[in-house]
Ligand binder design. Structure first.
Ligand code: ZN
Length: 296
């Protein structure tokens, strides 16, 4: 599932080609993906509006238009690809059984393409989502900020002050610390990949209870969140199944992960076999030596 670094990578890649462009036509091919606005009216509503800004909030991508905002959540398998006017459509650029795609040219419109925006000058923005857990919202003006789904999001981790945010961690909470990191009302944009990576980076066992954390550990953990998110952005996101950059290519953070997806493999720091467990209903990988549950 795309998390903050993946969505930020997409935002950065779309910013330049999209900003200032006018929507010539919009085609919503799977009406149920649109929430809060009648699907049949969407093409008329979008036509003629200019794309003013491409914004990210947590795992949401927001296309701010002249009069409205189009809010996109990529769900599990969403892909937002941009085809430049001169990009050749590559018929080999198809989803295979493994979910991998050939990364050349523009993706042809297929049965998984649910929204298609044609822009002045000939470019195309396509939202593709094989598993259709993604969501599209249309809201007036910049009201996405207060939308029920976005208004309650916690702070943006990249701009938070870890020592200050650490003060907001509930002192008596009996939740495992990983559940706190996954809570979008605590921090916006952290999901399973970067929660596991941050816990490893901070040397904290994912099942430690929040109330057991020392003040220094809380700050270190939030610092670690920033480190692993920045690394994810630097390598343009983690591709292990469906996540793609807007040009259709993969991010390269996957091979750089310390624990996520590496259960049973040796720890890159100490060589101990990484354990796999379940925390907060999510598959979780950690190093039993680098992230001890009990203090020595
Ligand atoms: Zn280790």
């Amino acid at each position: 599932m795309p998390e903050l670094p993946e969505v930020e990578t997409i935002r950065r890649a779309l910013e330049k080609p999209l900003e200032g462009r006018r929507i010539v036509s919009a085609e919503l091919r799977l009406p149920r993906m649109l929430l809060g606005f009648p699907a049949a009216d969407l093409p008329k509503k979008l036509k003629g509006q200019r794309l003013r800004a491409v914004v990210r909030r947590g795992k949401y991508l927001i296309l701010e238009l002249d009069k409205d905002s189009l809010v996109i959540h990529l769900g599990m398998t969403g892909q937002l690809t941009y085809a430049a006017p001169d990009a050749p459509v590559d018929p080999r650029f198809r989803r295979t059984v493994t979910g991998m795609q050939k990364p050349y040219g523009a993706h042809p419109v297929d049965k998984h393409t649910h929204l298609l925006l044609r822009l002045d000058g000939g470019g195309k923005l396509m939202f593709r989502d094989p598993r259709t857990f993604g969501k599209i919202l249309l809201v007036p003006g910049k009201s996405w900020i207060d939308h029920p789904r976005l208004g309650k999001l916690g702070p943006e981790p990249l701009t938070m002050k870890p020592a200050a945010r650490a003060q907001d961690i509930p002192a008596t909470s009996t939740r495992p610390v990983k559940a706190l990191l996954l809570d979008q009302e605590f921090l916006a944009g952290v999901g399973n990949i970067y929660a596991d990576e941050a816990l490893f980076h901070a040397g904290i066992h994912p099942k430690r209870l929040v109330k057991s954390l020392k003040e220094s550990e809380k700050t270190a953990l939030l610092e670690a969140v920033k480190v692993v998110l920045r690394k994810g952005i630097k390598y343009q996101g983690t591709t292990f199944s469906d996540y793609r950059k807007p040009d259709g290519t993969s991010g390269t953070n996957f091979e750089r992960l310390m624990v996520y997806g590496r259960g049973g493999k040796p720890c890159r720091t100490c060589g101990t076999v990484l354990h796999k467990t379940v925390v907060a209903q999510r598959g979780t990988v950690f190093c039993p030596l680098c992230q001890p549950l009990k203090k020595k």
